[in-house]
Ligand binder design. Structure first.
Ligand code: UN1
Length: 504
């Protein structure tokens, strides 16, 4: 490919999004666009002292916000959703420039934010509790959900804004304040989101100042957030190594962890699969976002009966897929985030070759000095081992043949991670088996859909080393609240539970 035109529009985008120039110039933390490696902004990183101050201010905001009726809290999130709708084009493009994902996916990420805001607005009138039958006469028992406190959010570079929104929109309607530590690779999109949020908050008289704040910096800043006793919950998205460190620190002080970590997602292609549909689904899930989603498809188990029909067509797709400047409409695969990601990809492919596995693609696309553009790699593995059993955050798809579905399901489950999974079949028995308790052990299990690209309405997350957290839809909101069981005695006697006698 040829050197893309330089990224010159970031200043205009940030200004259009309401970020004052002093926030993205003259700082020490550099943001570089993966498109060509150019410096697109510098942000002042925060100190540990700043984190403590931010959390204290957020706690004060929480104390006021928790008493605002939930539907009014929803009004803030509704207005924030309006800001996002208005700014979708600019923010989506900024996401594309700062992460290297194609513009359509950048816009999709903003849409995901809008969707979760809508969801949270509805939820703000539906934070339902229960009434429970009491065993005692003239007693009423109920379960009610109360705000929790300051929610810490740690997000990753690959979904720099949507994952924050999943957490923040729910946390805010639940009556909490939030402090966000974005990835140090994507501070500019975070600044833009913060500016949009502040515009919305200014329109809600009940919204306290500092209800949502960002802190930027390296892991040390994240640690200060994780260790702060005024933060009862930290929601962290990123690598399993990060989650292991964060989870242990939180456990030490009995704070809650909501972890969304690595995935090593698989799909099983059965004899009755619709091969045209499977091809498209696999291509999007495995190559899309340059393989840098936690839900990216990394392992493909193909039945002997369809292997020779699917794999040659998949190889053609891998050879022809348009790689290039993510700002161009025709591009499907943008650059990797940086040189380290490229290095990790090459190491995994070297290991594969050393095992004697044929590797199709995987080489750097020449022509751009400062960008790491690669052809996605398809690896025909002879067994599930070596680099296939770990997550390499790059577009590598390992393909293995199978003949028995039970064995393929076992392989699906035989990795440390448990995020997403798919089966392609038109056989009802196979589909239901895959979704059953004997099937996929992942938090997400799909039929005739790839592993990535989940809607916000479902709970998102996975098991084992994926961390166990659930975010976004369904009843994930409960993670951001304190469950209280209330028992009310409206009689004159005091019967004790379990028939215990204690008469004084
Ligand atoms: C992530 O990669 O951390 O399901 C999140 C998906 C997106 C979210 C991915 N909705 O692929």
């Amino acid at each position: 490919m040829t050197q893309p035109p330089p990224v010159v529009e970031v200043r205009a985008l940030l200004e259009a999004l309401g970020v004052p120039a002093e926030r993205f110039t003259g700082g020490d933390l550099e943001s570089r666009s993966p498109i060509d490696g150019a410096l697109i902004g510098t942000v002042a990183s925060n100190t540990r002292g700043d984190v403590a101050e931010a959390v204290e201010a957020a706690h004060d905001a929480f104390v006021a916000w928790r008493s605002i009726p939930a539907p009014r809290r929803g009004e803030l999130v509704r207005l924030f959703g309006e800001e996002l709708r208005r700014a979708k084009a600019e923010l989506g493009r900024l996401v594309a420039i700062e992460t290297g994902k194609i513009v359509s996916e950048g816009l999709g990420e903003v849409q995901e934010m809008i969707d979760v805001c809508d969801f949270a607005v509805g939820l703000s009138r539906q934070l339902y509790g229960l009434t429970i039958a009491s065993e005692r006469p003239e007693h009423r028992m109920m379960e009610i959900w109360r705000p929790l406190g300051v929610v810490g959010i740690i997000s990753a570079f690959n979904f720099p804004v949507a994952v924050w929104a999943w957490n923040a929109a729910l946390a805010l309607v639940c009556g909490n304040a939030v402090v966000w530590k974005p990835s140090e690779k994507t501070p500019l999109t975070a600044l833009a989101v913060q500016a949009l949020f502040e515009t919305a908050a200014a329109r809600v008289p009940e919204a306290p100042r500092k209800l949502s704040q960002i802190i930027v910096g390296s892991a040390e800043i994240g640690e200060a957030l994780v260790d702060n006793p005024l933060v009862p919950l930290v929601s962290a998205t990123g690598s399993t190594a990060m989650g292991r460190a964060v989870g242990a620190r939180l456990a030490r002080r009995f704070a809650r962890a909501l972890l969304e970590l690595g995935g090593n997602n698989a799909a099983i292609v059965c004899p009755t699969a619709d091969i045209d549909l499977t091809l498209r689904a696999v291509a999007f899930s495995a190559m899309g976002t340059a393989g840098q989603r936690c839900t990216t498809l990394r392992r493909l188990f193909v039945h002997d009966a369809v292997y020779n029909e699917l794999i040659p067509r998949l190889k053609v797709a891998y050879t022809n897929v348009a790689i290039g400047d993510p700002r161009h409409e025709a591009t499907l695969i943008g650059p990797l985030i940086d040189g380290d990601a490229f290095q990790a990809m090459q190491e995994a492919l070297d290991e594969a070759r050393a095992l004697g596995w044929p590797v199709h693609g995987g080489a750097r696309v020449p022509g751009v000095a400062g960008g790491f553009y690669v052809r996605p790699a398809l690896v025909e593995a002879s067994a599930q081992s070596g680099p296939m059993i770990r997550e390499t955050f790059a577009p590598i798809l390992y393909v293995v043949r199978f003949s028995e579905l039970d064995a393929a399901i076992e392989l699906n489950n035989a990795v440390a991670q448990g995020l997403s999974s798919s089966i392609f079949t038109n056989d009802l028995r196979e589909a239901e088996l895959f979704l059953s308790e004997r099937g996929s052990d992942c938090g997400i299990a799909n039929v005739n859909i790839g592993s990535s690209g989940a809607e916000i309405g479902g709970a998102f997350g996975g098991e084992k080393e994926t961390g166990g957290g659930r975010e976004s839809g369904s009843d994930s909101w409960k993670a951001y609240m304190r469950r209280a069981t209330n028992t009310v005695n409206y009689g004159r006697a005091l019967p004790l539970a379990q028939g215990v006698k204690f008469d004084i």
